[in-house]
Design a protein around this ligand. Structure first.
Ligand SMILES: [Zn+2]
Length: 312
């Protein structure tokens, strides 16, 4: 367990393509003071307005998560947020010169590489943790998200069910640690269907979406030449997205999630319902937890062989 807040050791930058615009975007990650949280900064607009990463700033969840404050928006934030949360980065400024974060290869692995270059710095302020005190559920027909008290760990049991023959039913129980995340989740790419993508392109949407940043399926098969990175890459990406949505709570959460066929919209509704019910959680300092502190900061930022480039 990582007791203290962390930020980046140094600023680091990258470029990538915007999913919506198809244009090149410059991304800079900068260290930030304790208790800042993850704050997005639109450097393309006058005054470089800020948009805090917060569950209450989510304004749109159609095929990515969009945040807004004072009518300034930033889209496609979830994969970067997922990487930051999984690596235990509490405070950072994320600068982008576009209304979105680059899609990179459709996973969060390129952002992990960026964090590895930035390094992590421990700050002189303790983290506070949300402990789940009682079950909270949100349901929408057969889709649901449930949070259950758990013994001082964060785990997600995610299941999906698609009629598409390349997906079908997939289920994975994931115990969050930075090491597990790097190994099991970070490389899983977003996915979509060729027919939907063609429709979006015709309407001038998702212009950056391509086989370079998504697993794409025709009526029967995955059409990417390289195939899948995992047999069950789809459910792994859903967990990647879930961790990114969870990051918007702003503090580490210790509980067990059971999730079925959920997406960004339902995830966000569950987090809002959870936070609004003060009997469902308790904020605690790490000394109140019965867990050891990490002795070695390196364990927060593991360095496995990452095979994904920083920019394209
Ligand atoms: Zn995603």
């Amino acid at each position: 367990m990582n007791f203290y807040q962390h930020t980046l050791q140094r600023s680091t930058s990258s470029t990538g393509i915007g999913l919506h615009s198809g244009k090149k975007i410059n991304l800079v990650l900068r260290p930030a003071e304790p208790d800042t949280g993850i704050v997005f900064k639109r450097t393309d607009l006058s005054g470089s307005p800020l948009i805090p990463g917060d569950v209450y700033n989510v304004v749109d969840t159609h095929f990515c998560t969009t945040l807004a404050q004072n009518n300034v928006t930033v889209s496609t934030v979830e994969h970067l947020l997922s990487a930051l949360y999984a690596m235990g980065v509490d405070n950072a400024i994320v600068e982008t010169d576009a209304p979105e974060i680059p899609i990179m290869d459709g996973s969060s692995a390129p952002f992990l590489l960026l964090l590895r270059y930035a390094g992590l710095a421990r700050q002189n302020k303790l983290r506070q943790f949300y402990i789940v005190k009682r079950e909270v559920t949100i349901q929408d027909n057969d889709r649901f998200v449930k949070i259950i008290p758990a013994s001082e760990e964060l785990s997600v049991d995610f299941s999906i069910a698609f009629s598409h023959p390349a997906i079908r039913e997939q289920r994975l129980r994931f115990l969050l640690s930075s090491e597990n995340y790097v190994r099991e989740i970070s490389k899983a790419r977003t996915f979509g269907f060729l027919a939907d993508m063609q429709k979006l392109h015709e309407n001038g949407l998702a212009l950056g979406g391509s086989l370079k940043n998504a697993v794409v399926m025709d009526d029967f098969n995955v059409i990417n030449k390289e195939g899948l990175r995992f047999k069950d890459e789809f459910v792994r990406h859903k967990i990647l997205d879930f961790v990114g949505d969870l990051a918007l709570i702003g503090r580490p959460v210790l509980g067990h999630f059971v999730v079925h066929k959920s997406g960004h919209d339902l995830n966000n509704r569950l987090f809002r319902k959870f936070l609004a019910d003060s009997t469902a959680w308790q904020l605690v300092n790490p000394q109140q937890l019965n867990v050891p502190e990490y002795g070695n900061l390196q364990s927060l930022c593991p360095q496995p062989p990452l095979t994904v480039g920083l920019s394209r």
